[in-house]
Design a protein. Structure first.
Length: 99
């Protein structure tokens, strides 16, 4: 029975490790040439900034994380948005966001 447990782990690692490697490589190359221009901590800020970038015709991409915390008074949704633009558009994005 012990060999079955070991073989299950080995099979899991053989399938899982390549997936992690591919994901890591894709992440590294997908961020190449992009720079962070804004970090929003709420939906309102995110949509305001994205609206300005769209209006200026600047391509962007977003990474977001989501955290749900529970308080005695109910749930509290916390979201963090990191907004990236191409490095060559960084100056234009700066002017679009601060005008």
């Amino acid at each position: 029975m012990r060999w079955l447990k070991i073989s299950v782990w080995v099979a899991f690692l053989i399938m899982f490790v390549p997936v992690l490697l591919v994901y890591g490589v894709v992440e590294i190359f997908s961020e190449k040439g992009w720079t962070s221009v804004y970090s929003a901590l709420d939906d309102e800020s995110y949509f305001r900034v994205v609206g300005k970038l769209k209006q200026a015709g600047i391509r962007y991409k977003t990474k977001s994380s989501f955290n749900l915390t529970t308080t005695p008074f109910g749930g509290n949704r916390q979201r963090h948005y990191e907004i990236f633009v191409k490095e060559e558009d960084a100056n234009n994005a700066y002017y679009a966001l601060h005008s």
